[in-house]
Design a protein around this ligand. Structure first.
Ligand SMILES: [Mg+2]
Length: 374
């Protein structure tokens, strides 16, 4: 049989598995509008040609049922080289399930697993397969939950800034739906005191404030030199975000609840943000996260990856208009505990391994097994 050098020999996807794991937090966590004691990860693995691609999303266990009930049959037997084709087939199939939400999370996890699989089949790092625009990816330390007591907050901030030399950190504010602004302001000033003058301070209200309230908080916190104000009001309030953006000094950011491209286009077109956030585990995986970056670029905006830093790193390395990724305490804890090949953020950036195929992560299956719920 003659061998055409332009043909890539591949075998079809033989297996798709989805499982959900619920992992308790290391202490109670809350932001301005939600509190939680555990985090559920829905993990997808796709196999072909002796290789396994792995993706995941942080979503209810129901996302695993969407994978097994709707998506598995669409991916099995397909060519793992043609990820956008599989992606489009899945997008069409979840129309009636409703793409925004759990189905979008399921789609994203499968898409990421397929990209990882393709890179492993080709024996190349994922960021090289996508085409790298940079060698390193900046991160900011993220946590500072409203549930933390004084010493917990100090310890976490000190760990990022002094032990790991990360030059940007973010804390949660908007406690109890914006009803504790005195404590918010106190914690902002405490954070500034702990991190010193040379570290950038970010805050995230998770949509807890009203519009004028958010403008007042920003003014009252001026002495703490906050440079990033995330979701000061609901990210659905595009007019409110745009108005706040005109009135406050920090950059206004939002976008973590975006599940499709029109969402991000509307947010950009409304002039609602100074930096667009997008979550690769929600927006449609790597395939669509790259498109979100293109939407942002068309509006002269940078993109920041929301949570799940180990899944964003390679796609982030592939876009020119990257601001940074969120080194989110809750997800970092899970990703470092259950995967070999996890990143070290020391110095404030991640460096995708130029030699490890795929995203370079390997699940420690025996370690996570006891947390499986579905
Ligand atoms: Mg946020």
């Amino acid at each position: 049989m003659s061998h055409d050098p332009l043909m890539i020999d591949t075998t079809p996807v033989t297996d798709v598995t989805a499982a959900a794991f619920t992992i308790p937090t290391d202490s109670p966590e809350a932001d301005g509008t939600l509190a939680w004691n555990s985090t559920t990860m829905v993990l997808v693995q796709v196999s072909a040609g002796g290789q396994v691609g792995t993706g995941w999303t942080y979503a209810p266990a129901a996302a695993a049922a969407v994978v097994s009930g709707i998506l598995t049959d669409l991916v099995t037997g397909g060519d793992p080289m043609d990820v956008p084709g599989r992606h489009e087939t899945m997008v069409r199939a979840i129309r009636n399930a409703g793409r925004p939400g759990i189905a979008g999370c399921a789609l994203s996890a499968v898409d990421i697993a397929l990209w990882d699989l393709k890179a492993r089949l080709l024996g190349v790092p994922l960021h090289r397969l996508l085409g790298a625009a940079r060698d390193t990816v900046p991160v900011y330390g993220s946590g500072g939950f409203t549930t933390y007591h004084r010493h917990q907050l100090e310890q976490q901030l000190t760990g990022w800034v002094q032990e790991q030399s990360i030059p940007r950190v973010k804390i949660k504010i908007g406690e109890a739906w914006g009803t504790r602004t005195d404590r918010d302001l106190h914690r902002i000033r405490q954070a500034r005191h702990v991190i010193g003058d040379d570290t950038a301070l970010y805050v995230d209200a998770n949509g807890a404030y009203g519009c004028k309230q958010a403008i007042r908080v920003a003014a009252d916190a001026a002495d703490a030199n906050v440079v990033w104000f995330e979701e000061p009001v609901s990210s659905d309030d595009l007019v409110g975000l745009q108005q706040i953006r005109q009135m406050v000094r920090p950059d206004v950011a939002a976008g973590e609840y975006g599940y499709d491209l029109p969402y991000f286009e509307r947010m950009c077109a409304a002039g609602a943000v100074d930096c667009l956030q997008a979550d690769i585990t929600r927006c449609g995986g790597i395939t669509d996260w790259l498109k979100v970056a293109a939407v942002a670029a068309a509006h002269n905006l940078e993109v920041s990856g929301h949570c799940a830093p180990h899944l964003h790193a390679h796609a982030a390395a592939a876009i020119p208009n990257l601001r940074h990724l969120e080194w989110f305490h809750d997800h970092v804890r899970i990703e470092q505990r259950f995967f070999d090949g996890a990143f070290n953020p020391t110095g404030g950036s991640l460096r995708p391994d130029p030699h490890a195929p795929g995203h370079g992560l390997t699940l420690r299956a025996p370690d996570i097994a006891s947390f499986q719920v579905a």
